[in-house]
Write a protein that binds this ligand. Sequence first.
Ligand SMILES: [Zn+2]
Ligand SMILES: [Zn+2]
Length: 105
Amino acid sequence: MNQRYTPEGLTRWIQELVAADNIHGFYICKPWIHLRALVLKEQHYECQDCKAKGLYTPAATVHHEKTVRKFPWLALTKSNLTALCDECHYARHHKTESKWNDEKW
Ligand SMILES: [Zn+2]
Ligand SMILES: [Zn+2]
């Protein structure tokens, strides 16, 4: 379990999930659930993209700036995470990449 916390262990584990077509496994792991809750709290449960536009919208999800698949070693790095509302999250994924179904939360 502990090796998941090292960048190498985390990368290996996520690569295994991707190979097994089970990236969902990442989103139900305890370290992610804890970190996600922490990021939401620290970003005041506010969508950061809406905030940048002067709007207040409750955040519904935590987005990986660098994707879990391509940058697995950053999957549990707080600076890689942004609280977003569903709409902004959808927009982010459609602007930057086509595969968004991987990451629903
Ligand atoms: Zn938003
Ligand atoms: Zn995302």
